[in-house]
Design a protein around this ligand. Sequence first.
Ligand code: FAD
Ligand code: NAP
Ligand code: MG
Length: 455
Amino acid sequence: MKNTRIGIIGAGPSGLAQLRAFEAAEKKGFDVPEIVCFEKQENWGGMWNYSWRTGVGKYGEPIHSSMYKYLWSNGPKECLEFSDYSFDEHFKKPISSYPPRPVLFDYIQGRINKSNAKDFIRFNTTARWVSFDEDTKKFTIILDDLKNDKTYSEEFDYLIIASGHFSTPNMPHFKGIENFPGNVMHAHDFRGADQFKDQNILLIGSSYSAEDIGIQCHKHGAESVTLSYRSSPIGVDWPEGVKEVPLLTHFDGETAHFKDGHSENFDAVILCTGYQHKFPFLPDELRLKTTNNLYPDNLYKGIFFNEVPQLIYLGMQDQYYTFNMFDTQAWLARDYMMNRFEIPNKEERRKDIDSWLEKNDKLKSSVDHVDFQTDYIQELINLSDYPDFDLNKVAAMFKEWLNDKSENILTYRDKTFKSVVTGTVAAEHHTEWMDELDDSKERYLIREAKEKELS
Ligand code: FAD
Ligand code: NAP
Ligand code: MG
């Protein structure tokens, strides 16, 4: 199929899943198309490729990663495990269920390093603009080779958008925030809790970023952490020094005023107000327009853009499942591009999308959300040869995780789960999460941590 060209934008977990899917087909003896993956960063891994920088990178491109020091997985690793590359295969020994970022980054790289995927990736290359020709049915991408400062363009038959959607901050305005005397930042620019030691900090938002950054700051010595919610509080039993309050109405200098009438002074404000799906390289008619939710509209099977199905979006859903969901999507996308999976006409596709949207509308609890995404992935698994894994067991682990968090937000990361890929029970980490201040891979992998010698 070397006369078919496939372009992939982004070499994060989703883009890498697409490369891996083609590698798997090639290993089975299939003739695969020509593939080129464009990645604006110097390395792969997307979000997991930590940057100390905020704002822009060395070539002036917006920094992609929103991750920070001391970021530990916020869900059990057994819920995201690749079914064709287990944690056991990578680490050669059981590890804990909630590894820190560098350890998960290492795992992602382990699978892809076994292939020649790097040969297909053009790093330091930004996709600047995409157009689609209705007559030739080809995409033209304008690219910037950042290192050599050269612009060029290439044509493709299929285009995969794997550029992520947790990078462009949603930055709402609050009256008076422009005169707040302390540090004001979005979660995207948060790089670690150190600078907030001994401070009273205000976090706006009540989702994963607010929860995790709040707890990190508490763990690393913030004086107090206040989370301000718009719709509903996270609602767990917070430790002393952390609390949830209703939405902020306005600032008056360093004083924040809230909907319930109370006011308080703060040293710093972190907007944990989510992200925008932002595709500055796509024209309006090709662009996915959505909020962060479990079934973005206009994507057949959650991936094929209904207007132009040769345009495929990976990983655009809000995520309970991550790496294994991207895999199931990439495997199906691959089969479509290799003429092994046929899609129905536009009206049929529309009906299928609508049926998922209706189900999505009816979801109420987090448990419903988990079940919905589980059903979605099960459907994809049924449609391709991605190695089966027991999704019901994974869903049960997600539900246990939800329970563990509401029981104790400070200790849930000390729990262990059993892999559905290998049956291995996770090891307990040598140090309880609340006492573990070092997130390096070296420290993590020490079998018997000699606490005293290390500290
Ligand atoms: P990304 O990882 O965002 O990768 C997209 C890639 O596209 C990037 O490398 C980017 O540089 C590239 N790109 C973007 N635009 C262009 C362009 N124009 N040209 C070229 N390249 C481009 N998931 C978990 O499973 N566990 C966790 O603990 C977890 N923690 C998270 C913490 C934070 C703070 C955030 C924001 C997310 C977290 N996630 C976590 C979810 C995370 O989104 C996924 O794990 C995963 O990184 C998504 O993969 P992706 O490839 O779809 O997108
Ligand atoms: P999110 O889940 O989309 O949540 C956005 C939050 O911002 C919601 O609470 C929303 O409130 C609030 N919000 C939006 N606009 C607002 C406004 N104008 N005023 C007040 N509140 C507003 O985004 P996120 O929390 O940044 O999470 C993004 C991703 O990062 C998730 O996939 C998460 O798993 C991941 N993450 C992981 C870790 C980790 O520990 N590994 C840490 C951080 C983040 P409403 O409910 O009212 O809409
Ligand atoms: Mg199958």
